[in-house]
Each structure stands twice: as C-alpha cells, then as structure tokens.
Design a protein around this ligand. Structure first.
Ligand code: AP5
Length: 214
C-alpha cells in the first residue's frame, strides 16, 4: 500500500511513519530527512538548501522530485511507501502521479492529519531526536522511558533541528497554507483523501491511520 501523510509541520507525520515502518514493513520516504542527510554529508545540493530550510521556506520542486524519483527507481518496499512531507505543491503531486505510473505503482490513500496551529508551536519547540539512531521524542508528549537514554538504541546524545523555532515555524506554516493545503482539495476531488484527528494522543492517531488504511 502506498500512502501520503499530509499535514502541517509538527502534525505528527514522522512519528506515525516510523511506527508504520516498524509494524507494516513499509518504507518511509521523507524529503525532509533526505535533505537533512544531504546537508550533513556536505553535498553541493545540501549546501544549497541549508539556508532555505533553516528559514522554513520550500526547496525547489526540481530538487525534491529528483530525490523521490531516485528512491522510487531504486528502493523496494514490500509493505509499500509512505510519502512523508512530499508532495508539498501541486507540481510535486502531479510529478508523483507520473512517477508512480511509470513504476507500475498506485497511490492508495492520502491521509490528512488535521491539527490546530496553536498545538504546533509546543510540538515543534519540544521536539528532539536521538543523535545516534534518529528516534524522535518530545519534552512532554513522548519522553524516553529512562530520562536522557534513547529507548531504541541506548544513545545518550540528542539533537534539536535548526528550523524548530517559532520564527521558522511561522514561515513553514505560511508555506503549508499557501502551497501545500491546495493538495487537500486536489486529493479530495480524486476520491483519495481521508482526514483524521491529528490532535489526539499518539496511539489514537495511530489507530485512526490504521482505520483509514484498512
Ligand atoms: P520536514 O522535515 O518535512 O518538516 P515538516 O513538514 O515541517 O514536518 P516536521 O518534521 O516538522 O513534522 P512532523 O509532522 O513529521 O511531526 P513529528 O512527527 O516530528 O521539512 C523540513 C524542511 O525541508 C521544509 O521546511 C522545507 O524547507 C524542506 N522540504 C522538505 N520536503 C520538501 C518538499 N517536498 N518540498 C519543498 N521543500 C521541502 O512530530 C512533532 C513533535 O510532536 C514530536 O516531538 C512528536 O513526538 C510530537 N507528537 C507527534 N504526534 C503527537 C501527538 N499525537 N500528540 C502529541 N505530540 C505529538
């Protein structure tokens, strides 16, 4: 099953995608993670997008479509792909249709995670990840079982993202409403949209996504 998780920054796309990977053998294709990996490894593209990402603006369609094309052409996913943070513009949505067609694949569901803007500030400013394995946590909503120790790998170093501040979040939210929210109508018109309450606790959101998929 190939699905899109659609929602504003902090909606919980990455959190839910990680659980789908563990439990359903799916492959997560997060353009945000791919771009951050390019920055960390210091590629020309990574250097080019660094400032854009820190400001909370969108990277060009050409770059992110290229990243997704590469993955679809090379990766195998028995349980299907989860598109996390892609598409974010109508041009990206059209490109995804074409790419899936050319690989003989279909898009099975688009799950919109509805949240209210006020909740996003605390979700974003409280987020951190394990520096070793990338597992995601939150200061209050999702703490490791033992404080300061990653549940997944035992790591003790954690990172916070450079764009996880109120200023960048404003720009990211604006980009979401201006460029990405038209996708809600686009997928609704195609009969592929399912909307769920992303404000509920993590396990309830997980159950709603399972309901939408099954
Ligand atoms: P990207 O990495 O995609 O960031 P984003 O869309 O802003 O989404 P986030 O990762 O911030 O949020 P999320 O929904 O995954 O939330 P999470 O699960 O972590 O993109 C970063 C940048 O890259 C963009 O700004 C842009 O510059 C560029 N980019 C990427 N893709 C692009 C594209 N296609 N086109 C152009 N540019 C692109 O949850 C957040 C926190 O909340 C966590 O701490 C979590 O523990 C907590 N939480 C999660 N669910 C719940 C819950 N139900 N209740 C309480 N807390 C919760």
């Amino acid at each position: 099953m190939n699905i899109i998780l659609l929602g504003p920054p902090g909606a919980g796309k990455g959190t839910q995608a990680a659980m789908l990977v563990d439990e359903r053998n799916m492959v997560q294709l997060s353009t945000g993670d791919m771009l951050r990996a390019a920055r960390t490894s210091g590629t020309e593209m990574g250097k080019m997008v660094a400032g854009v990402m820190d400001r909370g603006e969108l990277v060009t369609d050409e770059i992110v479509i290229g990243l997704i094309r590469e993955q679809l052409e090379t990766a195998t996913a028995d349980g299907g792909f989860i598109f996390d943070g892609f598409p974010r513009t109508l041009a990206q949505a059209d490109a995804l249709n074409d790419l899936l067609d050319s690989e003989g694949q279909t898009l099975d569901a688009v799950i919109e995670m509805r949240v209210d803007d006020a909740a996003l500030v605390s979700r974003i400013t409280g987020r951190y990840t394990c520096a070793n394995c990338g597992a995601g946590y939150h200061d209050t909503a999702k703490k490791p079982a033992k404080e300061g120790v990653c549940d997944k790998c035992g790591g003790t170093e954690f990172n916070r993202r450079a764009d996880d501040n109120e200023e960048s979040l404003k720009t990211r939210l604006m980009a979401y409403y201006k460029d990405t929210s038209p996708l809600i109508g686009y997928y609704y018109a195609k009969g592929q949209l399912q909307s769920i309450d992303g404000l509920a606790p993590i396990d309830q959101v997980k159950a709603s996504i399972a309901g939408a998929m099954d």
